[in-house]
Design a protein around this ligand. Structure first.
Ligand SMILES: Cc1ncc(COP(=O)(O)O)c(C=O)c1O
Length: 395
């Protein structure tokens, strides 16, 4: 065991299940461990390194901003924050005119829930079976998996769960007391579940009929990952509130709830603030990230590369019975198998490739949108080898 593992093991609360690898460096789609071993990274910190690890534009923005001002409380105006908010709102779906900045995904969901309750003066929130929105109390109350919820009750009152992809189930739960419906446009944590094409248009109608707000959680699916800037664009809907985080700061912690003017405007000064929200360093990184995505048209690249990768996965599926299904959009992909994939993940790591998983049986692929073709081919080769070994009973 390395010194790094020893120290984290000795002094850290055991909050994460860990692989015995200490990652100490990264560039683009490659990371290196403490022994100098190189890995192609299809996990990207669960989608965070969307423009690649240590992107040059982010490095330069952070360097310049860190020499100028690192912290600035939200009770004062700040240039880096102002410029970032303008970029974020301009990149958001039309009609979402104001950003409430946060530091993480879960905080963005907390902000969205509070905005919805504040704006509507209603309490009920309807979330989705299989949905994942984070692990603090508000977002956990909207998260479906019992494994995350049960040890920590009581959670917040007023949360119901509809069948994802089934508008009938939603319409039975939403009424004139419902503040908001919250959903991922594509469910990430649960295994990259893409809903039927018309589903969200019907969700929008149910919300509108009841005066209920629609919150779309784009924390995993946003920023070009699915082949469009926002996954909601695939379904032709605009939410009232959109949450975004993960890749937004090019690796630095930042998030936002971006809302319609009238929804954001229902907050009074001081009602929902946080010390680090909108800190200049993360904002400068956020501006560099949004500029990089636009300048390089990463949504189109994600579409193209995602199609190539999905075809590669389909080819593996066609020659291995162990594989049950390949699904997803753009560079948000999954391959479900018929077995626990832990040993396959470890085999891939031994062969220099890191994959994420969703549940026990599903590979989840959230590579940087800048991943090179050769890196993708190597990843697919290593994946097929791991699947083949598992199928032959050697793993
Ligand atoms: C859709 C979605 N919402 C919320 C979150 C929570 O984000 P964080 O881990 O930054 O709190 C995640 C994290 O995986 C997510 O995928």
């Amino acid at each position: 065991m390395s010194r790094i593992e020893e120290l984290e093991g000795a002094y850290g609360a055991p909050a994460f299940k860990k692989f015995p690898i200490a990652i100490v460096r990264g560039k683009g789609s490659v990371v290196w461990d403490s022994t100098g071993k190189e890995y192609i990274d299809f996990m990207s910190g669960i989608g965070v390194a969307i423009i690649g690890h240590c992107n040059d534009a982010v490095i330069e923005a952070v360097r310049a901003q860190s020499e100028k001002l690192i912290t600035c409380h939200g009770s004062f105006y700040n240039d880096a924050r102002a410029e970032f908010m303008e970029r974020l709102v301009k990149a958001a779906p039309k009609g979402l005119g104001r950003a409430l900045l946060t530091n993480t995904g879960t905080e963005s969901v907390e902000a969205a829930i509070k905005l919805a309750r504040r704006h509507t003066s209603r309490k009920k929130i309807v979330s989705m079976k299989g949905g994942f929105h984070g692990k603090t109390y508000g977002s956990l109350s909207a998260t479906w998996n019992k494994k995350y919820r049960d040890p920590f009750g009581p959670l917040l009152d007023g949360f119901d769960f509809a069948e994802y992809g089934d508008p009938m189930s939603l319409s039975q739960l939403v009424d004139s007391d419902t503040a908001a419906v919250i959903a991922e446009p594509i469910q990430g944590e649960t295994g990259i579940i893409v809903p039927p094409p018309d589903y969200f248009r019907e969700v929008r109608e149910i919300c509108d009929k009841n005066g209920t707000l629609l919150i779309l959680d784009e924390i995993q699916s946003g920023l070009g990952r699915t082949g469009k800037m926002w996954a909601s664009e695939h379904f032709g809907v605009v939410p009232d509130i959109m949450t975004v985080s993960k890749g937004l700061g090019g690796g630095l912690p930042i998030g936002a709830a971006v809302a319609k003017d009238e929804v954001a405007g229902s907050l009074k000064g001081g009602e929902h603030t946080s010390t680090f929200a909108g800190n200049p360093l993360s904002c400068a990184a956020g501006s560099a990230t949004l500029d990089f995505i636009a300048r390089n048209d990463l949504p189109s690249k994600a579409k193209e590369k995602g199609e190539a990768m999905k075809a590669g996965l389909a080819k593996i599926a066609s020659s291995h019975k162990l594989v049950k299904e390949v699904r997803g959009l753009g560079m948000m992909l999954a391959m479900q198998t018929r077995v626990d994939i832990l040993s396959q993940l470890q085999s891939a790591q031994a062969n220099g490739v890191i994959f994420a998983y969703s549940g026990r049986d599903t590979f989840r692929f959230l590579p940087a949108l800048v991943m090179q073709e050769a890196q993708m081919s190597k990843g697919l080769e290593v994946l097929e080898k791991a699947v083949g070994e598992a199928e032959a009973g050697r793993l």
